[in-house]
Each structure stands twice: as structure tokens, then as C-alpha cells.
Design a binder for this molecule. Structure first.
Ligand code: SF4
Length: 307
């Protein structure tokens, strides 16, 4: 059954490694996390994505993609050559001052149709607008490089107005925390919770009309981080996409029919009475199911098992 004709975006998790270890990170990014793409693997996915004919953009994220700078730049150049629009996500640890940040960004500013999306919020620094984010934005503006901000709402603090350096920059994503990955262990204790029975819908993914997938350095193709529909090092990426059938997938089918509640009920899983959000219940259920579905609920990195 071919259902992924709606696929528009391929997100490269270029690496699981990050210089930071944020509490809200749903891919468990960490200096200790392992796994990075080779250029050969990236070229393989880009060519396969092109074959599909529906993909129009590529995102490069992590972990922190600037940790593997030459590979990231080459990925951007090769994706642009194939006609993909590009987004690169970074916490901007490298933007120690605006002048030096220009040097980091110059090679990207030469690539066609790139947007730098800056992660900046109370989880990445002591202030909503981190100094590094401000420096990167100033440099991007100077280079006429498209720039946006991705930020996560902090539950106890209102969003302050942006500082001068960030004025006029679009906030591309203003996320609620998704309580999966590290957030499901570090942030749930103090968060408000609801009865588990309320989480009858996946709030973020439409598995029957999947618009994007994430591919990681181990080859796994994720429809939500930690739910793999195949391994691109074992089968061509385009075939994984063309053969995708969420209703034949033991994890996705209940999620489609009744959200995380249906997943828990299908497998008769033990559970608490209350959870913070749908992702929290879903993630906890998936952790229990990992032994039963070792090819789907992968890799260890997505479940913090390197820690
Ligand atoms: S409910 Fe589950 S499948 Fe849906 S976005 Fe949250 S973690 Fe992913």
C-alpha cells in the first residue's frame, strides 16, 4: 500500500551527539551520544529522496549538526544541487560573537535557499534569548541568510518580547514541550497531569498522511522519533517509503485508531492513572514494548539507553 505520496520533507538527524544535554530533548542529544552520518550515506538518502518525486525540502538537525561542520556544509550543498529547499537547526554554541559567527555562516550563505533555524529558549540558556542565538541572528542578517527561531514554551514563564537583535525574525516554531525522550524522565515530576484515558489521539503526527520522516545515522527511518518504519542501510530509502503501510504496523495501527490509550489497551500494558500529555503515555508504553518490537522501537539512542 503506498500512502506516503504526501512525503514532503526528509530530516537528517546528522548526529545524536550534542554539546548540550537539555532536559526537554526528545532525541536524548548529549556529548555522550554516538552516531554520525558519512557523506556516502547522506548522498544515498538524498538521491533516494529525489527518486520519490514528492520531497521538496531537507532539514539538517541533530543532536547539534555544527559539531560535524564540513559534513553539514557538504550535505547542504549537495541537497541544494538536487533542488531541495533546506533548513538547518542549531543551538548556535559556535556563535561566540557576531563577527566570528559570520565566518561560520559564510559557506551556508553561498548555498541557495537555506534557512538557519536557531533554537533559543529557557532550556538552552538562562535567558529566553541566548547570547549565542543573538550573535548568530545578527550574523545571518548581515549575510542575508534566511533565519528563524525555534523555541519551546516554558511552563512557568510567559514569552518575553524579543530583544533588539531578534526583532523582525520569524518564530518558526513555538512548541509546547513534548514529554517524550529525556523530557519524559526529567520534566514530568512537576508538570500537571491528566487521566491516562484522555490521550486518545496522537497530537502531532498523521501517520496516514505522513508529511516528513527523520533518518538517523544508523539508517533508521522514523515517523515519530523512536518509531522506525525500516532501515535505509538494509533496504533502499525509496522502497521503505513506497511500501509504508501504517495499518500493517503493530505500533502505528493502534496509535491511528485511538492514540496512546489504544496502544496501552492493545498490549494490556501496566500504566499509571495520570500522565502529562499524549507523548508521555506513548513514550512510556513504547519503552515497555521495546523488547517485543526491537526492529521498530529503535535505536537505543532514542530511548536514552546510552546513559
Ligand atoms: S503521541 Fe506518540 S507517536 Fe504521537 S507524537 Fe507523541 S510520541 Fe509521537
Amino acid at each position: 500500500m503506498v500512502l506516503l505520496l504526501s512525503l514532503k520533507g526528509v530530516h537528517f538527524l546528522l548526529t545524536y551527539r550534542c554539546d548540550l544535554e537539555c532536559d526537554h530533548c526528545f532525541v536524548w542529544g548529549s556529548p555522550k551520544a554516538e552516531g554520525v552520518f558519512t557523506l556516502k550515506q547522506i548522498r544515498n538518502i538524498l538521491v533516494e529522496a529525489k527518486k520519490l518525486g514528492t520531497v521538496d525540502y531537507v532539514a539538517i538537525e541533530g543532536g547539534e549538526p555544527f559539531l560535524y561542520y564540513p559534513i553539514m556544509v557538504k550535505t547542504a550543498e549537495e541537497a541544494a544541487k538536487l533542488g531541495f529547499r533546506l533548513e538547518i537547526l542549531s543551538n548556535c554554541y559556535w556563535a561566540t560573537n557576531p563577527e566570528d559567527a559570520i565566518e561560520w555562516l559564510k559557506p551556508l550563505a553561498r548555498v541557495e535557499d537555506v534557512q538557519l533555524s536557531v533554537s533559543s529558549d529557557f532550556y538552552h540558556g538562562d535567558e529566553w534569548a541566548t547570547n549565542e542565538a543573538k550573535n548568530a541572528i545578527k550574523a545571518a542578517k548581515e549575510l542575508n541568510l534566511k533565519v528563524g527561531i525555534n523555541t519551546v514554551k516554558y511552563p512557568t514563564t510567559d514569552m518575553p518580547s524579543p530583544p533588539e537583535e531578534m526583532e523582525g525574525v520569524k518564530i518558526g516554531a513555538l512548541w509546547e514541550i513534548m514529554y517524550r525522550g529525556r523530557a519524559a524522565t526529567k520534566l514530568v515530576e512537576k508538570a500537571n497531569k491528566k487521566l491516562w484515558r484522555e490521550f486518545t489521539k496522537c497530537p502531532y503526527e498523521n501517520f496516514e498522511k505522513q508529511g516528513r520522516v527523520h533518518v538517523d545515522p544508523l539508517g533508521y527511518v522514523h515517523v515519530c522519533q523512536g518509531i522506525s518504519i525500516g532501515n535505509a542501510w538494509q533496504k533502499p530509502f525509496s522502497e521503505i517509503i513506497e511500501e509504508y503501510n501504517p495499518h500493517g504496523n503493530p505500533i502505528l495501527e493502534p496509535l491511528i485508531l485511538g492514540g496512546p490509550v489504544a496502544l496501552v489497551e492493545k498490549f494490556n500494558l501496566p500504566h499509571d492513572e495520570v500522565y502529562v500529555d499524549a507523548c508521555h503515555l506513548c513514550y512510556v508504553a513504547r519503552v515497555i514494548l521495546r523488547n517485543k518490537y526491537p526492529d521498530i522501537l529503535v535505536p537505543d539512542q532514542m530511548y536514552g539507553e546510552f546513559e
